[in-house]
Design a protein around this ligand. Structure first.
Ligand code: F3S
Ligand code: F3S
Length: 105
């Protein structure tokens, strides 16, 4: 799967959402999250993020490793809805993201 890391927090540009052919990028309160079971690893989202927040899971920089589990934790309750557009914006963030200081410019 691909992962959304720290640069997305409080930025949420959402250019990635338009690119994803399987609509698996979901909106939380402070970040977006890729559903790991729904992502087909097409990679289309990665180059369009203006802040370079998206990485293939094996390429996530060490300091952003907690974002791998944070992306998965976002879906603990939501599961695999099969499409972000029908879920829409949520106010939810996993504890790790919620506890971060304010980010972005
Ligand atoms: Fe975030 Fe970049 Fe997408 S800022 S919403 S990962 S385009
Ligand atoms: Fe979608 Fe990006 Fe995965 S475009 S299928 S979330 S690699």
């Amino acid at each position: 799967t691909y992962i959304i890391a720290e640069p997305c927090v409080d930025v949420m540009d959402k250019a990635c959402v338009e690119e994803c052919p399987v609509d698996c990028i979901y909106e939380g309160g402070r970040s977006l999250y890729i559903q790991p079971d729904e992502c087909v690893d097409c990679g289309a989202c990665e180059p369009v993020c203006p802040v370079e927040a998206i990485f293939y899971e094996d390429d996530v920089p060490d300091e952003w490793e907690p974002y791998v589990s944070a992306n998965a934790d976002f879906f603990d309750d939501l599961g695999s809805p099969g499409g972000a557009s029908k879920v829409g914006k949520t106010d939810f963030d996993p504890a790790f993201i919620k506890g971060l200081p304010p980010m972005g410019e």
